[in-house]
Design a protein around this ligand. Structure first.
Ligand code: C5P
Length: 244
């Protein structure tokens, strides 16, 4: 639920810094503050840049979409918007899995399986990647998850069910805003009382295509040097905010 600014605990020590976010402890041991950076990276960090306003836009877009999935019954780590480009969130133990859900062929699915980008999938495809920068985040299966001890079979069932529920909720919500949800990546975290959807849901971690033109309104504009990156992120926020 929304907290008033006065109830947001101040930043404590820096716990973790990733490519796009910094996580800070707070005076409450169960809560963290997540700062969204303007830095952008792609291709395992080999391409770097900054996208103006990205931190602010991604914090807002993520908070908005976390609320949409919460309303559909998927618990998330979001507690409140904590400032210009920061969220207050439940502290979780991140499971080192990247869970990708796809509705339309694009990106690595097109490359790996030789499929035509843009083909609409009859059923969503869920993929698991091992979150290990030094290994290049390899595609793995359930047996590998067990072998590596990343999650129990019960946790994995729950994670896949939550990922598909997120997909159902976001697809419909975004379609009403003339955005096609092509694919996206989720991360999950453990708390003392179960699994939560964590990380972010933003144009950095999703492919959004404009329904009319098919134009990407996401990080592919940065990856593929298409220009208009900041405008695309702002356009996604504009379409969400218009109906907030
Ligand atoms: O590159 P690929 O086609 O596998 O990406 C699938 C989806 O997952 C895209 O929406 C992409 O933005 C997201 N993704 C991500 N972080 C990664 C890899 C993929 O957010 N490390």
């Amino acid at each position: 639920m929304e907290r008033r600014q006065a109830e947001i605990p101040p930043r404590g020590e820096r716990l973790y810094e990733g490519k796009a976010k910094v996580v800070y402890a707070t005076s409450d041991p169960g809560l963290v503050r997540i700062y969204f950076k303007d830095d952008a990276t792609a291709f395992d960090g080999r391409k770097r840049g900054t996208i103006g306003n990205k931190g602010r836009l991604n914090a807002r877009i993520s908070a908005h979409l976390f609320r949409v999935v919460e309303a559909a019954g998927v618990p998330t780590h979001l507690v409140a918007v904590a400032g210009e480009q920061e969220l207050l969130a439940r502290r979780v133990e991140i499971i080192p899995l990247e869970v990708v859900v796809r509705n339309v062929v694009a990106g690595s699915l097109a490359r790996r399986l030789g499929l035509e980008p843009g083909r609409v999938l009859e059923e969503p495809v869920v993929e698991l990647y091992y979150k290990r920068d030094d290994l290049g985040d390899p595609l793995i299966n359930r047996a590998h998850v067990r072998l590596l001890g990343l999650a129990t079979p019960e946790e994995l069932d729950r994670i896949e069910a939550m990922a598909l529920a997120v997909n159902r909720a976001l697809r419909v919500y975004l379609a009403q805003r003339d955005l096609i949800l092509v694919d996206f990546k989720l991360e999950f975290g453990r708390t003392g009382d179960g699994l939560l959807l964590a990380d972010e849901i933003s144009p950095d971690t999703c492919r959004f295509w404009d329904r009319e033109t098919g134009e990407p309104l996401d990080k592919d504009r940065f990856r593929r040097d298409l220009g208009g990156v900041e405008d695309a992120y702002a356009e996604v926020w504009r379409r969400l905010e218009a109906t907030a």
